[in-house]
Design a protein around this ligand. Structure first.
Ligand SMILES: *Cc1c(COP(=O)(O)O)cnc(C)c1O
Length: 366
């Protein structure tokens, strides 16, 4: 049996170091806002290539805090429009709704599965204030064209980097490209904790300060509350685990890329198509394949002992949470949601397992 994502196997490779880090944290008597979190913030800012990193409770909070901070700073106000890819995970969109911002859905490019840069400009209106790009599946969504649109229309550029830790664009890490970026360290992500954790990175010290305050009840100093904040902290245990795993993020990503390259070279089936090869920049959080007979292919692989997943079965505009969008026509998004199948692609996958997966896909007949 080849599971889709065996978290224990992935973490077991670093078991001794993780146990030691957890033990050290337990023995330190400091469980929140301590040295492990401070160390992680510094290390992750350096890793990403930003001056600021603010740890928080999870990826959704990281996104929500960024937009909330921009509202406190007067750069965004209630009702402003934010452009976002229509095929993203719902958290990206929830962060906008939570701040009374209006998500404007833009279709992805069917070849890259990322927001289609050529459709962004026609979605810009006088109320547009920001673009939230999402580096879906570990692939960079940023392009020079998107940067130019932001400049031309004076838009904020925010990155949802939950799926792309370590991904690069022309040598710059995602998370350092826009004005601010949100990261999730949910256990399944490329850099995954043993529970919830998240962070905001930016080069804007003022923004980082407001994000930090907002995540701590809106407190700028002890018992002083300039904002109506929330409680969103990273615990010391999670920070300690992330401090261990951050050291291995690049080698883990390299292994993901090796597996992806192998898939690109060897998957050959007329019923299956792969997104355009993203080459060296991509960190393959997910390896998506597209098949018009997706459910039959998923059953075929299950029969051969291979676990798969779907990212995602129902697009945001068809969810009960967003009834107002139910009659929107977003054919590329819907096609992806009907045809996408994620196959195992993680740093603990062996060569033999990858070979078995390729054989199984190539033997599929609809
Ligand atoms: C996982 C994820 C999030 C949310 O992260 P949590 O830590 O689970 O809150 C946001 N956006 C994307 C694209 C994600 O994949």
């Amino acid at each position: 049996m080849i599971p889709y994502l065996p978290l224990l196997q992935i973490n077991a490779r670093y078991m001794d170091e993780i146990e030691e880090a957890v033990g050290t944290t337990l023995a330190s008597g400091s469980y929140l806002r301590g040295r492990q979190t401070a160390r992680f913030e510094e290390a992750y800012a350096r890793y990403t290539g930003t001056t600021q990193c603010v740890a928080c409770g999870n990826g959704l909070d990281a996104l929500t805090l960024i937009f909330k901070a921009y509202m406190e700073l007067g750069l965004l106000s209630s009702g402003d429009e934010v452009i976002v890819p229509a095929n993203t995970y719902i958290a990206s969109i929830l962060a906008l709704s939570a701040n009374n911002l209006k998500p404007v859905l833009v279709e992805p490019d069917a070849r890259t599965l990322q927001i289609d840069g050529s459709l962004i400009e026609s979605a810009v209106t006088p109320r547009t204030r920001a673009i939230l790009i999402v580096h879906l599946y570990g692939r960079c969504a940023y392009t020079a064209a998107i940067g130019a649109i932001c400049k031309r229309h004076h838009l904020l550029l925010v990155e949802d980097n939950a799926q792309a830790h370590g991904c690069t664009f022309q040598g710059r890490r995602t998370g350092s490209i826009g004005h601010a970026a949100a990261h999730s360290f949910y256990p399944t992500k490329n850099l995954g904790a043993l529970g919830d954790a998240g962070a905001v990175t930016t080069n804007n010290g003022e923004l980082a300060e407001v994000v930090r305050a907002l995540g701590n009840y809106g407190s700028s100093e002890k018992y002083v509350f300039p904002y109506k904040g929330i409680n969103s902290r990273m615990d010391e245990v999670q920070a300690a685990v992330l401090n261990v795993k951050l050291q291995y993020l690049d080698s883990d990503n390299l292994r993901r890329r090796e597996i992806a390259d192998y898939y690109y070279r060897n998957i050959r089936n007329e019923a299956v198509s792969l997104p355009a090869d993203a080459s060296a920049d991509c960190v393959y959080h997910i390896f998506p394949i597209l098949c018009p007979y997706r459910d039959a292919l998923q059953r075929h692989l299950a029969d051969l002992g291979i676990g798969t997943a779907i990212h995602y079965p129902i697009p945001p505009h068809k969810q009960g949470a967003y009834k107002e969008w139910h009659n929107r026509n977003l054919p590329v998004t819907e096609l992806i949601h009907q045809q996408e199948l994620s196959i195992p692609c993680h740093p603990a996958l062996t060569d033999d397992e990858a070979a078995h997966i390729v054989q199984a896909i190539n033997s599929f007949r609809p």
